[in-house]
Ligand binder design. Sequence first.
Ligand code: NGQ
Ligand code: ZN
Length: 467
Amino acid sequence: MNAAALVAPVRALWAEDALLPGGWAREVLLRWDAAGHIAQVEAGVPAPAGVARAAGPLLPGMPNLHSHAFQRALAGLTELRGPAPDSFWGWRQRMYAFANRITPESLEAIAVWLYLEMLEAGYTSVCEFHYLHHAEGGKPYADDATLSLALLRAARRVGIGMTLLPVLYQRSGFGAPPAPEQARFILGTDSLLALLQRLAPVAHAQGAALGLAPHSLRAVPPESLQAGVAGLHALLPQAPVHIHMAEQTREVQECLAWSGLTPVQWLLDHAPVDARWCLVHATHMTAEEHAGAARSGAVAGLCPSTEANLGDGIFDLPQWLAHGGRWGLGSDSHICVNAAEELMLLEYGQRLQRRERNVLGSGAQPQVATAMMLQAVAGGAQAAGRPIAGLSAGQQADFVVLDAAHTALCGLPADSALAGHVFASHRSSAVHAVWVAGQQRVLPHGHALRASARAAFIRARRQLLQA
Ligand code: NGQ
Ligand code: ZN
């Protein structure tokens, strides 16, 4: 054996329990290649000498399918009531005021910290729904890619996977011109396609994917939606398309008044919706819309903590699943950055509404946390347009090791340990270690950049609040 072979990294991990796409398996050996892709997953093998043993159950990394990174620095600043009842629309005004102060430097500092928090909480990739294109006041930067590049750089610095979705935004409401506070978001369809072309080599070099996000039917006129999606798929045939849908009942009413159709129905009738699409917050749908949208193959993007925080309503996930619908998780406004907590909230919303228990379990997978995690990973990977669909050969080696010694998990069989992690471990995370593309990014004491990233985030937020 030569010296190089002796120091070659061991690209393997053995776990007593691992959550594979088909369910829990015992004594699992995971091997990956130099590019960070899983080469082999073998169950029922004794721990080989020289291979590290996981400190607890091995889980697939969770894709985060919906993020507006800058909003992390707004968390905590909008939880106060005025004289009138507050709503999503009041929050949005505060959010706009905050968005209009963001600089390239503050955006990068916020995103670095946010993505680090995501990694520490079990998310291994993020779809960034990015609509801040211009400088303060709406003045274009010399390069339209300035803030997009800041986000890609942030992802690369902390080692999280990314799908960057530059946003098409052209209207303040159905048929209405943009408002002054939206000036930073406005980009012509051709400029957006040029931006994607400009970003393609940078994204490719770091293993990131690109897609397009028509912001919403409110914000994008039909001809731009059509041209944007066609242009995207001419450039990148498999690229994902994400859009905000039917989050608030008011927008459903406005869409009806504008077109005679509810938003999801309008989209299904006017756009080539298929498995490349992700419908974010398709909260308010009729029975026909559930059936039609699920049949299209599109992923439903669910953001339980943000949807609760903004008073949106509760997505009817059992109805969606009954039609074979796929779904994934987003942390959206980042009022909560914790994959386990989102799963808990998702199930609890269903329980509270139906006055039942264990709503998202099934005959095939009675363990609710296990069922939710497998579905969210599969749907999240589809929405991301990246090979991150869990622990199987060919997928990226993105995984999370739980701490078997955490009090909420200790002594439990693996499927119950995952339930302990999802329902009972909060504010003292049971995440022990996190790997992305075969590289360990989170150690038992956190991410290597934790102290500096935290300090930079706090500094950036302080400056934004003084601005
Ligand atoms: C956003 N967020 O783009 O950040 C939106 C609010 C809007 C959520 N929908 C703005 N949660 O929808 O017009
Ligand atoms: Zn959103």
